[in-house]
Ligand binder design. Structure first.
Ligand SMILES: O=c1ccn([C@@H]2O[C@H](COP(=O)(O)O)[C@@H](O)[C@H]2O)c(=O)[nH]1
Length: 260
């Protein structure tokens, strides 16, 4: 189950980094191929050079869907390849719909692909979330405090991040560590979540290309189960392995400051 696999890689690989395989075909060099296979070849290169220092991989489905079924085929091929490295997998698909539809989505991710976790939108309430948790060993990340600027439109003024995190906490207790939250590194009010959350995993986007401040983030979250995502900042950097190790070490050094 994802919670245990996350903890294992914090320990074994000393890593709290989630590498985002947002493998946009338009950004991938032709040295990886000429058709859709270049997506898989690129991912394989990234995975081979990063898995030993990676806690988890996250594939945002948008970058595969954008070219249709051939892209989905490359996503599925990548999922199988990641499994051979014994690294957990999140699909960032931000699902959210009524119960029977949620069950159909869940079937794809947890029965067919057999991945570890997905991201879900809590807007429709708990009966749109529970169907995912009815699959054995499944895990979900509830969008709580998103990293984009327009979280200021609804989430922050209405304190939705507090309500969604309370819901996540309740479901996480009920479903025994199978519910986490997405909370953006770019939002100072991430600290509001400290007292509401317990051991749920925080999936944190916003470091790297979106400019979130790592020091400030760790100050607010060092005592939590954090999983910090970086996609473009690693995979499209000049040296992905070096960028990953730098991020991994910077996170651990900051945590050490507070844990001493
Ligand atoms: O609030 C959110 C939720 C999801 N994301 C996703 O995370 C990655 C971030 O990519 P970077 O290249 O490191 O900026 C991407 O897949 C987003 O869709 C997010 O950024 N914020």
């Amino acid at each position: 189950m994802f919670y245990n696999r996350y903890l294992k890689n914090v320990d074994l690989r000393n890593s709290r980094v989630c590498v985002g395989l947002d493998s946009d075909i338009e950004k991938i060099s032709d040295k990886f191929g000429v058709n859709e296979e270049k997506i898989f070849n690129f991912n394989k290169y990234i995975i081979d050079s990063t898995y030993e220092n990676t806690n988890t991989y996250k594939l945002n489905i948008a970058f595969y869907e954008q070219i249709g079924y051939k892209g989905i085929k490359m996503m599925e091929k990548t999922v199988e390849y990641i499994k051979s490295t014994d690294t957990p997998i999140i699909i960032d698909c931000k699902r959210g719909d009524i119960g029977n539809t949620a069950k159909a989505y869940a079937k794809y991710y947890f029965d067919h692909l057999q991945i570890d976790s997905i991201t879900v939108n809590p807007y429709m309430g708990r009966d749109s979330l529970i169907p995912y948790l009815e699959f054995k060993d499944s895990h979900i990340f509830i969008l709580s405090l998103t990293s984009n600027k327009s979280a200021q439109d609804l989430i922050i003024p209405n304190k939705l991040h507090i309500k969604t995190s309370k819901l996540a906490n309740e479901l996480n207790r009920l479903f025994e560590n199978r519910v986490g939250i997405v909370a953006g590194a770019t939002q100072e009010c991430i600290e509001d979540l400290d007292e509401i959350t317990e051991n749920e995993i925080y999936l944190i986007p916003g470091i790297g290309a979106q400019g979130g401040d790592l020091k400030a983030l760790i100050k607010s979250t060092y005592n939590k189960n954090i999983l910090i995502n970086s996609s473009r900042g690693i995979i499209f950097s000049e040296d992905p392995k070096k960028s990953l190790i730098t991020l991994k070490n910077n996170i651990n050094e900051e945590i050490d400051i507070y844990e001493k």
